[in-house]
Design a protein around this ligand. Structure first.
Ligand SMILES: *[C@@H]1O[C@H](CO)[C@@H](O)[C@H](O)[C@H]1NC(C)=O
Ligand SMILES: *[C@@H]1O[C@H](CO)[C@@H](O)[C@H](O)[C@H]1NC(C)=O
Ligand SMILES: [Zn+2]
Length: 610
């Protein structure tokens, strides 16, 4: 017999199967053939055993097949509110999720990390991975690299605008948003974020400002103190400091306006400001709308830090679930559903901080929130659609990094991220607290403290003297938070090309491709805004006209004299003779720019442009 004619399962006797009988048994298990051995008193029992084993295996295979079938057909049995004529029909809900700053590499890095950390096989992908339907091109009118304001204006109005624009067009006129139009059309509306509720992404849905930095103004508009009145039914997130008068501890307002009092008295909001009241919403008779829940003074901590204080701050998924339940209950008797925007806001911040450990946990938290929304859509009586995308990528993230002149090994090390239990931001705060605790700290005190922080917070035990010295001597322009995060990135061999945003296309996800047919493939980001309006059958033009018409001085009437001309704040950017924003849509001349920006002084981090 030649080698190629050997039976497939023939093999030489190995130390592990030292006799004929074992080989036969193994072959029987593999081939399902009987072993043809003579009767002995255990044979019957063995046959029964094999039968039971086969039965269990078959049942297991069927169960796995059902589970897999279920997973791969998520949402397929729901129409998503689409009629047989290819048009949306009937009562329906739209949930729009934004993963701020999450580019394609964030997904690969997080998927790799999760498989490593949880010991999962390579086909155990993220929930988002199974719902990828397309990609979005993100440039703004003022730059090839957008910021979150121009990015969210594309989603809210369906128009490109300049970086920094809060639902305002390049000619500094307001554009009606999908949330405003949805409210007018009879839908209920909500915003859920993990950063300040006045930050660019949520602001673009329910406010209009010439610059994103006008967060005090944006806070007032979002509760209803602007031409359209109140348009949001539920807001959950951080950013309390912009709602408290400057006479109050924890305020970051520039004036004495009490926006919380205004929300309660003038616009009938119920207000909560802590996790305990958030957890007790059900016990207190359910969510009373409109609800303003400001659960952090500024940002909700990164997920990697939040899990240590989960009794103080809720997760993105927990906030999403409360909003979904409240909006579903509030629209139960209505023939119109709701529009809810949910943002995983701080994926972007982890990108700005070049902090890969913080980022993978942010992406996982967003993935969990995405799964929670899918579950809601599966179970709710009303049809609905989930669409999720990013406004842009942040950090120029690469899941590879060449550290030496020698040609690199093809590796990156998720175990380094798995070792970290805190973010660079958290460690930096701890470090500053320590520095402020005494004016007589010795060099040794500082080194010991850093050794402790690096070991306990990052799981980095092989720190060098240079790294310790760099943190002790850090300058504000390159702060300790960057240095902590860089220690993790280098060890993990994760690369970053910027502390800002990048121009790469970002992914689009949906509950099912059939639920968002207009977003399958590669699109300008404005297509996302257009899709939301089409799905909810909204006309944004009358809202735009109303906003513009109220941009003039009115006299008398119920509200007395009002000067709406300045209601969106000063322009803040140069306008050319045609009344258009001066574009910088040509080669920017990096070195010249850096010099000009340096004249404005070092950024304190408080007004960082995200
Ligand atoms: C608080 O705001 C008022 C204006 O409303 C201003 O006059 C005052 O200087 C502010 N106080 C502080 C401490 O910023
Ligand atoms: C993780 O931390 C442990 C100590 O807690 C350390 O011994 C180990 O080397 C670290 N692993 C990596 C990959 O940094
Ligand atoms: Zn950003």
């Amino acid at each position: 017999m030649t080698r190629s004619e050997e039976p497939l399962l023939a093999r030489p006797t190995s130390p592990n199967s030292s006799n004929e009988e074992n080989i036969e048994e193994e072959d029987a298990l593999l081939t399902g053939q009987s072993t043809h051995r003579g009767p002995n008193k255990f044979a019957r029992w063995r046959e029964i055993g094999i039968f039971v084993w086969a039965l269990i295996a078959t049942v297991a295979v069927i169960i796995l097949a059902v589970v897999y079938q279920h997973e791969s057909s998520i949402q397929r049995h729901r129409t998503g509110g689409w009629g047989s004529d290819g048009r949306p029909t009937g009562k329906r809900n739209m949930i729009f999720m934004v993963s701020d700053g999450m580019g394609p590499t964030s997904l690969a890095m997080t998927r790799n990390f999760r498989q490593h950390a949880s010991g999962l096989p390579i086909d155990e992908v993220l929930v988002l991975d199974r719902h990828h339907i397309g990609s979005s091109r993100t440039r703004s009118t003022s730059s090839l690299i957008t910021d979150s304001a121009a990015g969210a204006t594309a989603f809210s109005c369906g128009f490109k605008s300049y970086n920094g624009a809060i639902s305002v067009l390049p000619d500094h006129t307001p554009c009606g948003t999908v949330l405003e139009a949805a409210k007018r059309a009879g839908y209920m509306t909500g915003l859920v974020v993990t950063t300040r509720i006045t930050d660019a992404t949520p602001a673009c849905f329910a406010a209009h400002a010439n610059r994103r930095e006008y967060e005090d103004l944006i806070a007032e508009q979002m509760i209803g103190n602007y031409p359209l009145g109140r348009v949001v039914d539920i807001m959950i997130g951080g950013g309390r400091c912009h709602f408290l008068p400057n006479t109050t501890e924890g305020s970051c307002r520039g004036d004495g306006t009490d926006v919380v009092a205004m929300a309660k008295d003038k616009f009938d909001f119920s207000y909560i400001d802590n996790k305990k009241d958030f957890d007790n919403l059900d016990a207190r008779g359910g969510v009373k709308l409109p609800l303003l829940a400001l659960l952090a003074n500024t940002d909700i901590p990164y997920e990697i830090d939040r899990v240590h204080v989960s009794d103080t701050y809720p997760s993105e998924a927990e906030m999403a679930e409360v909003a979904l339940k409240a909006l579903s209950a509030a629209t139960k008797e209505s023939d119109k559903g709701f529009f809810l925007m949910i943002e995983g806001s701080r994926i972007d911040h982890a990108g700005h901080g070049n902090d890969p450990a913080a980022q993978v946990h942010e992406v996982l938290a967003h993935d969990k929130a995405f799964a929670a929304v899918l579950k809601f859509l599966e179970e709710d009586n009303t049809e609905g659609v989930l669409v999720s995308t990013s406004d842009h990528e942040t950090g120029g993230l690469a899941a590879a990094r060449q550290l030496h002149e020698t040609y690199p090994m093809y590796r990156w090390y998720p175990e380094v991220l798995a070792n970290a239990s805190h973010s660079g931001e958290y460690l930096s705060a701890q470090w500053h607290k320590f520095l402020d605790s005494s004016s007589t700290l010795s060099q040794k005190d500082k080194q010991d403290k850093l050794a402790d922080l690096l070991t306990s917070g990052l799981g980095v035990v092989d720190y060098t003297q240079e790294e310790i010295d760099a943190i002790i001597n850090a300058k504000p322009i390159w702060p300790p938070s960057y240095l902590f995060a860089d220690m993790v990135s280098r060890r993990a061999q994760i690369g970053w090309s910027t502390h800002g945003h990048s121009a790469v296309d970002v992914n689009i996800y949906a509950s099912h491709p059939d639920h968002a047919p207009g977003l399958v493939g590669n699109h300008e980001n404005t297509r996302v805004g257009e899709f939301i309006a089409e799905y909810l059958d909204l006309d944004l033009e009358p809202i735009t006209e109303e906003l513009k018409s109220k941009g003039v001085k009115t006299s008398g009437g119920e509200q007395g004299d009002q000067e709406w001309g300045e209601w969106m704040g000063p322009h803040g950017l140069p306008i050319n003779e045609n009344g258009l924003l001066v574009h910088i849509d040509e080669y920017h001349g990096d070195f010249k720019h850096r010099k000009r920006e340096a004249e404005f002084g070092v950024d304190c981090g408080c007004g960082m442009r995200h």
